[in-house]
Ligand binder design. Structure first.
Ligand SMILES: [Zn+2]
Length: 333
């Protein structure tokens, strides 16, 4: 496996240049580079990060006078005790959230491949202060309500660790077995992210079935229209996903393939992910630019089997936006 680079490969521009038209004249712009790499010392914090990387342990500091345990160990001397020295202690890997955490759905470029994630403050067993930690669920897409104030969480270690705070994250303890909760240094690969429970919608009525058929038809027509526009195709350029869409009254396939967008009346054997919604109209409305599909995910009308596929939903919203914009421009002409 190739090692990840400090500067992601896609941020590095190609050799060459472009022409910029300004005030009727052409100007030449060339791509060039200036390198500024540096090493950042973790200083007195080093043992905290080394313990995460090499020992799968969480360290805190304990005041030799008042006994307060701070995690992470961000002071060497206690400010409450006339700067009495602190000593290193290991703390537990189960804790409780201090408050209901915010969820980041729309992350900046640095965290795009990690969203959606919760930003929790967890008080671990044996600690007196809260530690900031990223929060995930093993039950599909992260939505509000999974984490609340007081929710018991468990620290999970990534299998590949570099010695940074993103090497760890937390999941609800209620999603784990007793043995997993008790085990220190539990690895991400020991969790079951692959088989999240799909929502159940009950038996469809005749009307549900008829509505489903009609909506799928409309989705197919819309997909055709989207695929026919070079400009709209750009919203899903380079993206390829086979999505199984499961509704109360049936299932269909949504196929995204480098600009091609298709809705097919079939069941996929091995989809990239599952999108579940009671009524497919939520999806249709989103693609018609009547309310964002991302909002439907956040408000739990749509469920995704994989957290990271929020990225795909984000692209579907762009697809809808591009088509709406094109139609508006055509109408104005
Ligand atoms: Zn103290």
């Amino acid at each position: 496996m190739q090692k990840e680079k400090v500067i992601p490969f896609n941020f590095i521009p190609d050799k060459g240049g472009r022409t910029l038209k300004l005030g009727g004249a052409n100007y030449m712009l060339m791509n060039d580079a200036m390198y500024t790499f540096y090493e950042r010392s973790m200083g007195d914090f080093s043992d905290f990060f080394l313990a995460i990387r090499d020992k799968k342990k969480i360290l805190g500091c304990k005041c030799t006078k008042c006994g307060m345990v701070r995690v992470p160990p961000f002071v060497t001397h206690c400010p409450d005790c006339n700067f009495a020295p602190t000593t290193r202690v290991e703390v537990g890997q189960v804790g409780k959230l201090l408050s209901t955490p915010p969820i980041t759905y729309f992350a900046n470029a640095l965290f795009l491949d990690k969203a959606p994630f919760g930003r929790g403050r967890a008080v671990l067993k044996g600690a007196d202060t809260a530690m900031s930690v990223m929060l995930y669920t093993t039950t599909g897409i992260l939505t509000p309500g999974i984490f609340n104030r007081g929710t018991e969480v468990k620290i999970i270690f990534k299998d590949e660790r570099m010695g940074e705070i993103c090497d760890i994250f937390a999941v609800p303890a209620s999603e784990l077995t007793r043995a997993q909760i008790a085990k220190n240094g539990l690895l991400e690969s020991e969790l079951n992210f692959a088989a999240p429970k799909e929502p159940k919608y009950g038996k469809p009525t005749k009307k549900d079935a008829a509505d489903f058929k009609q909506t799928v038809k409309e989705l197919q027509l819309l997909a055709k229209e989207m695929s026919a526009s070079p400009r709209v195709r750009r919203a899903i350029e380079g993206w390829k996903r086979d999505v199984a869409v499961k509704c109360k009254a049936g299932e269909f396939a949504m196929l995204i393939n480098d600009g091609d967008f298709k809705i097919e009346d079939k069941k996929l054997k091995s989809p990239d992910f599952v999108l579940a919604c009671e009524d497919p109209r939520y999806l249709l409305d989103g693609l018609l630019y009547k309310g964002a599909i991302t909002d439907s995910v956040i408000t739990k009308k749509l469920w995704l089997s994989k957290n990271i596929e929020f990225n795909t939903i984000f692209k579907l919203d762009r697809l809808a936006r591009f088509l709406a914009r094109e139609k508006k421009e055509q109408a104005a002409k």
